[in-house]
Design a binder for this molecule. Sequence first.
Ligand SMILES: CC(C)(COP(=O)(O)OP(=O)(O)OC[C@H]1O[C@@H](n2cnc3c(N)ncnc32)[C@H](O)[C@@H]1OP(=O)(O)O)[C@@H](O)C(=O)NCCC(=O)NCCS
Length: 137
Amino acid sequence: MVRRMKTGEFKIVAELLRRMSGEQEQTLGKATATSPERAMVMAHEVFVAEGEGALVGACLASAGADGTGEVSWVFVEAGWRRRGLGQKLVEAAMAYLAVDRQCKAVRVYVVEGNKVAEKLYETLGFRRMGSVWEVRS
Ligand SMILES: CC(C)(COP(=O)(O)OP(=O)(O)OC[C@H]1O[C@@H](n2cnc3c(N)ncnc32)[C@H](O)[C@@H]1OP(=O)(O)O)[C@@H](O)C(=O)NCCC(=O)NCCS
C-alpha cells in the first residue's frame, strides 16, 4: 500500500532514504549532495510504501512556482522490488502534484546509467530530456 507519510514516521523514512543514497553511491558512483532529512523537509509531500506492516519504500514530491513538479528520492527496499511499489509511489506523487498542486508537468532527475529507473519512468510516460525526465498532463 502506498500513502502519505505520517509525522511520526520521519526518522524511519530518513533511514530508508539514507540506504538509497548509499546504494546509489555504490552502484552508480554518485553521492547525493543533500541529506535525506533536508530533502524531506524541503519537499511538499512524502509518500511511503508499506509491506507487511513495515515501511519499505518512499519518494518525495515538490511543486515549483512555474507549475512544474518534481519527484525525487524514489526508493524501494531490495527485497520488495518488482512488485509494483515503485510505480505506485511515483503515481501517487504525480497525482498529488497534478491535483493538489496543479502542476502541468512533472520532472524527475535520473542518474546516468540507472537503467531500472529509466525503464520505470518510460513506463509512466516520462520522456528523456538529458538527465531530466519529464511528463506533461
Ligand atoms: C527504481 C525502483 C524504485 C523501482 O522500484 P520497484 O518497486 O522495483 O518498481 P516496480 O515493481 O513498480 O516496477 C515498475 C517498472 O519499472 C521497471 N523495472 C523495475 N525494476 C526493473 C528491473 N530490475 N529491470 C528492468 N526494469 C525494471 C519495469 O518496467 C517495471 O514494470 P514491470 O514490472 O511491469 O515490468 C527500485 O529499483 C529502487 O529503489 N532502486 C534503487 C533506487 C533508485 O534507483 N531510484 C530511482 C531514482 S531516479
